[in-house]
Design a protein around this ligand. Sequence first.
Ligand code: SF4
Length: 145
Amino acid sequence: MKPKIAVSACLLGHLCKYNGGHNLDSELVKSLQGYEVIPVCPEELGGLSTPRIPSEIQSDGHTVLDQTGKDVTAFFERGKHRTLAILREQGCDKIILKDGSPSCGYTWIYDGTFSRSRIRGEGVTAQYLRQNGVSIIDRLEEGEL
Ligand code: SF4
């Protein structure tokens, strides 16, 4: 049986990015041969549509607003719960995430001001998965999974 690894779906070329595009990482896809890959997009799982207005976590570290000022925290919360539920159902405890996203970011996110300013921090789903024992794999540092 192949080992399982979950991956942010946009890194695999799925058209789930906020602007309707993807973040395909061909090197990553190549490195995943031999693994059973479980694609997840927490924002779509949370009920947000694609394309969607970009969102950022606010300075309170919890509230997520989209660029029009609408509170979308509930979608992000639903997305994190559904993502963990999928990993649990699949018996998968490892994930590769797209950094910088308000859901999937695992070393940095934007600062909540929509000015493209980066800060150290985690997205809503990344934090929740880590707190629940899921290993977030940084393929660049580890070389292999
Ligand atoms: Fe990619 Fe995650 Fe954003 Fe979905 S929520 S588009 S998987 S970075």
